[in-house]
Design a protein around this ligand. Structure first.
Ligand code: NAD
Length: 289
C-alpha cells in the first residue's frame, strides 16, 4: 500500500510555479494576479480564502481579497464582477462559494469572464473541458488528475467509480477520467444518492474517487483488494479531545480500507492541498491568455 502524499506534490507544484513567476519577472513583466471575492463571514470560507491568498504570496503572485458584506445586493455583486472582468491588472479571480441564499449563484458564475474564470465553473470552460479542449479545469478534479499523473497510476481501461455528482468535483472528474488520454481512458461509473446497491459498483472498481461528504462512508468490505482510493471528502466532526473542538474526516474509513488498497490518499494531506496548487496553476495559465 502506498500513501499518495498530496502535501508533498502540492509543494512541488508550488515550487515549479514560483520558478515560472521568476522567469516572468526577469522578462520585465508583472507577476500573475489572483483576486478573490468573499461575501459574508462564513468561518470555513474565510479559512479557505485566507490560505489561497497566503499561497499566492508563497509563489510570488499578486493577490487581492475583496470582502463584501453578506447583505450585498445581486446588482452590486455583479457590478464588482464586471469591475474585475475589466481590470487588466487582474488575470484571474474566484467567487468563493457558498453565497448567501438571496444571491443567484448561477447568474454570478455566468457573469465571470471565461478568460478569468480560474475556478473553471463557467459553462464555456466546463463545455471545453468536456470536449477535451484547452480550458480551465476546476481545481479539485485537476488536482486529482495531477496526483494520478505524478504517481504514474495507469487509468486506461480501468473500472473507475466516482461517488457523488456535484458540479465542482464528482461530475467533472467523471468526465476527465473518461476522456481520451492519460490520465483518462477509464470506464467510468458515476454513482450518487439515488444509486441502488452502490456496493455492487464499488466492489468491482479498480479506482474509486469518493466525493460525497459522509465521514467513513466507504468501508473495507465495499472494496476489492488492490483498489486505488482517492478520498475527496472533508467533513468537520466534533471532537472535544482536540484543541480545535473538531477533527477533519474523509469519506473513507482509512484504517480498514488502507489494508486492501494499492494506493490511497489520506485526509487531511491528500486531495485538499492539491486544490490550491491547481488554482495557482490555472492563474498562471490565465496570465498567458
Ligand atoms: P455535494 O454535497 O455538492 O455533493 C455530494 C454528492 O454526493 C451528491 O451528488 C450526492 O448525490 C452524493 N451523495 C450524498 N450522499 C450519498 C450517499 N449516501 N450515497 C451516495 N451518494 C451520496 O458535495 P461536493 O461539493 O462535491 O463535496 C463533496 C465532499 O468533498 C465534501 O466533503 C466537501 O467538503 C469535499 N470537498 C473537498 C475539496 C478538496 O479540496 N479536497 C473540494 C471540494 C469539496
Amino acid at each position: 500500500m502506498k500513501i499518495i502524499d498530496g502535501k508533498m506534490i502540492s509543494n512541488l507544484i508550488k515550487e515549479e510555479i514560483k520558478q515560472e513567476v521568476e522567469k516572468i519577472i526577469k522578462k520585465g513583466e508583472r507577476p500573475p494576479h489572483l483576486a478573490a471575492i468573499l461575501v459574508g463571514n462564513d468561518g470555513a470560507s474565510l479559512t479557505y480564502v485566507g490560505s489561497k491568498v497566503r499561497s499566492c504570496k508563497q509563489v510570488g503572485f499578486d493577490s487581492t481579497l475583496l470582502k463584501l458584506p453578506a447583505e450585498i445586493s445581486q446588482k452590486d455583486l455583479l457590478n464588482k464582477i464586471h469591475e474585475l472582468n475589466n481590470d487588466d491588472k487582474i488575470d484571474g479571480f474566484i467567487v468563493q462559494l457558498p453565497l448567501p441564499n438571496h444571491i443567484d449563484e448561477e447568474e454570478v458564475l455566468m457573469t465571470v469572464n471565461p478568460n478569468k474564470d480560474v475556478d473553471g465553473f463557467h459553462p464555456s470552460n466546463f463545455g471545453k473541458m468536456a470536449l477535451n479542449m484547452e480550458s480551465f479545469i476546476p481545481a479539485t478534479p485537476y488536482g486529482i488528475i495531477e496526483l494520478l499523473k505524478r504517481y504514474e497510476i495507469n487509468t486506461s481501461g480501468k473500472n473507475t467509480v466516482v461517488i457523488g455528482r456535484s458540479n465542482i468535483v464528482g461530475r467533472p472528474i467523471s468526465i476527465l477520467l473518461s476522456r481520451k488520454g492519460n490520465p483518462g481512458d477509464s470506464t467510468v461509473t458515476l454513482v450518487h444518492s439515488r444509486t441502488k446497491n452502490l456496493e455492487s459498483f464499488t466492489k468491482n472498481a479498480d479506482i474509486i474517487v469518493s466525493a460525497l461528504g459522509v465521514p467513513d462512508f466507504l468501508k473495507s468490505e465495499m472494496v476489492k483488494k488492490g483498489v486505488i482510493i482517492i478520498d475527496v471528502g472533508i467533513t468537520r466532526v466534533k471532537d472535544d479531545s482536540n484543541s480545535k473542538g473538531y477533527v477533519i474526516k474523509g469519506d473513507v474509513d482509512f484504517e480498514s480500507v488502507k489494508e486492501k488498497a494499492s494506493f490511497i490518499t489520506p485526509v487531511p494531506g491528500g486531495v485538499g492541498p492539491m486544490t490550491i496548487a491547481m488554482l495557482l496553476k490555472n492563474t498562471l495559465f490565465s496570465k498567458n491568455l
